[in-house]
Design a binder for this molecule. Structure first.
Ligand code: ADP
Ligand code: MG
Length: 602
């Protein structure tokens, strides 16, 4: 618990300089009383708002969009039409604008389920271009080239909001959104989003449905763009197609990238640098395109994480240079990882698997050529065979990351031949990959917590509203994750970044993530690769301990001694065929197996 609290106070300290900066930026126009500054600050605030939504989409979920400007236009025009033509109040029009923009944003997301992110960039760019033409074409509704004029200010009863009140409103909305995004990012939702961004297959294997996550991200992006549009409409008092050029759409992506994608402060910094600064230094305004084009190039080469990312790195370097190297970490050599699992019992009875006539080809490569195999519940079932014999493909078919061409997969008497991987995760199947797939920029604790994705009961609303029981659940799971980390020799390092770990420890982290799911069936793909003899021994103890708590383990492994010492059953594959299956001494002593391994002629 103190670890968690410590992390929280560190996070506050990290955020403090930005908060001071934002407060100063907010106070300047309020104190100066200069209407131009108030006007620009309001515009900047709206850009931050839209940028923050896009940061959730692009920065955290990896869904690029060049069409946010079009969604802002949708929000602005909806508000304009309802308020100017139909005399709606702002408070009634804004929610409708948000809803319409969410609808449009979700529509724009549909190609995202089929296309890679760079095609989505093109699709969204196309949407941005089409939107402007539509604004001109539908003249009756939108006023064509001249747009909509006479959009009134929001009013509270008889009191109409002034220019400064709108600034206050924009700031208040930003603060609320900031807190909301911060909460989301630190919760299972945020971890799910980052998993979709960093490793979609791993995301599925922990129970995240990538399509739903992307949809949620696009909806968030649409909602903030719609709200930004509504505010922009009443801020300007008019909307015209010229407000929504292609530049305007691309601006938001640049703001997020320059400020620092997947950094909470990114959109604030990006807006200050990209929009506010050149507006203030009016002499520079005409050079803006050139300066920012060049700045973007330099930044992408030297600081791909944006300004916020570069700043964090600088601080981390200064911090680590202040600490003597040998005390920077707790010494893991003395820890005895692998004996205590420290995770609770599995969440149900161990699961058995049955494969019937499973075939899988990749083009002309027949990776699996008709496999019939039964994996008994509660056993350690090893799968061995030379490189390319189809072991990983077999695990992928069992965990549903691949669909077999022919045959059936039965999980605990249920035919799951067509089930998606995320559904199996919910039933208690966990996976350790051959090459670690982690949330590289997240902490060790968050990586382990991701494993609990399907165990957590708090849904989106409970998380965003920070309901007490949802927070209690989070705290309990965080403690469990810390215990698991300690059990794997990573005590006291829960806040470190996963990407900074050496390869061997990244593997341990994956194992901890898998155990955090309290799995009923654990699929491990060559966990012993690159381990020292001492680590091998503790891995063997760990695997036996996992089985003894009541989890079926399928172990793909090259290391024959490890297999011989832990497996209850060994199955040998060769070129996509099952050679033999049986108790270790029998299977490994089989003449055909010796041939497979040594290539001796029969
Ligand atoms: P193993 O894990 O036993 O080393 P794999 O299951 O990874 O073997 O691969 C079995 C065969 O299928 C290999 O010949 C490999 O090249 C091929 N293969 C595996 N995955 C793919 C893929 N996604 N696309 C094309 N070929 C693949
Ligand atoms: Mg493999």
């Amino acid at each position: 618990m103190s670890e968690v609290r410590g992390a929280r106070s560190r996070a506050v300290r990290r955020a403090a300089p930005w908060l001071v900066l934002v407060a100063a930026a907010a106070a300047l126009p309020l104190l100066s009383g200069d209407p131009t500054i108030t006007y620009l600050a309001t515009t900047a605030g709206i850009y931050v708002l839209v940028g923050t939504g896009l940061n959730l989409m692009f920065g955290y979920t990896g869904q690029v969009s060049l069409g946010q400007g079009a969604l802002v236009a949708v929000g602005a025009y909806t508000t304009g039409i309802l308020m100017a033509d139909h005399a709606w109040t702002f408070w009634a029009a804004a929610p409708v604008a948000v809803a319409v923009a969410v609808g449009a944003g979700t529509l724009m997301a549909l190609p995202a389920f089929r296309l890679s992110s760079w095609y989505i960039a093109l699709v969204t760019l196309g949407a941005a271009m089409a939107a402007r033409s539509l604004l001109v074409e539908f003249e009756g509704l939108t006023g064509g080239w001249s747009g909509l004029m006479g959009i009134p200010r929001p009013a509270l009863g008889p009191w109409e909001l002034g220019e400064r009140d709108i600034l206050w409103l924009v700031l208040a909305v930003n603060v609320m959104l900031f807190v909301m995004v911060r909460t989301i990012v630190g919760s299972r939702l945020g971890r799910g989003m980052m998993a979709v961004r960093d490793a979609p297959e791993m995301a599925q294997s922990v129970g995240v449905a990538p399509a739903r996550m992307k949809l949620f991200a696009f909806a968030c992006g649409g909602a903030t763009a719609g709200l930004g549009g509504a505010l922009l409409a009443v801020h300007h008092g008019l909307v015209t197609p010229d407000d929504f050029t292609l530049d305007f759409s691309i601006l938001f992506l640049l703001v997020v990238i320059i400020g620092g994608a997947a950094r909470l402060a990114g959109p604030v910094i990006g807006t200050l640098l990209f929009f506010a600064l050149p507006e203030l230094l009016t002499g520079l305004a005409e050079w803006r395109g050139l300066i920012y084009g060049a700045a973007l190039l330099v930044l992408m080469v030297y600081a791909p994480q944006g300004v916020a990312g570069a700043w964090e790195k600088l601080r981390a370097r200064r911090r680590s240079s202040g600490v003597p190297a040998d005390t920077a970490h707790t010494d893991t050599a003395d820890a005895d990882p692998g004996v205590p699992i420290e995770a609770g019992p599995p969440r149900g009875e161990p699961l058995g698997v049955e494969l019937i006539g499973v075939r899988k080809s990749f083009g002309g490569v027949h990776a699996l050529r008709g496999i019939d195999l039964t994996i008994e519940p509660g056993t350690v079932h090893a799968i061995v065979g030379p490189n390319g014999s189809g072991k990983t493909t077999l695990l992928n078919v069992i965990s549903r990351l691949l669909r077999q061409d022919e045959g059936q997969v039965i999980l605990d008497a249920e035919d799951v031949s067509r089930a998606p991987a995320e559904r199996l995760a919910r039933r208690g199947v966990a996976r350790v990959f051959q090459t670690p797939r982690l949330l590289g920029t997240s902490s060790l604790r968050d990586n382990v917590l991701l494993g609990a994705y399907t165990r957590e009961r708090s849904g989106g609303p409970a998380i965003v509203l920070r309901l007490p029981w949802a927070r209690r659940e989070q705290a309990e799971l965080a403690e469990e994750a810390d215990r698991l980390l300690a059990g794997h020799g990573l005590a006291g390092r829960a806040s470190e970044e996963a990407a900074s770990l050496p390869h061997g420890e990244q593997r341990l982290l994956e194992v901890a993530r898998a155990l955090m799911a309290r799995p009923r069936l654990l699929l491990m793909d060559e966990p012993a690769a690159g381990l020292t003899p001492r680590e091998l021994e503790s891995l063997g103890r760990l695997i036996r301990a996992i089985r003894d708590t009541g989890t079926t383990v399928v172990l793909v492994e090259h290391h024959i001694e490890l297999v011989a010492s832990v497996a209850d059953v060994v199955t040998v594959l060769d070129r996509g065929r099952l050679v033999t299956s049986g108790p270790p001494q029998e299977a490994l002593g089989d003449a055909r197996v010796v041939e497979v391994y040594l290539g001796a002629p029969a």
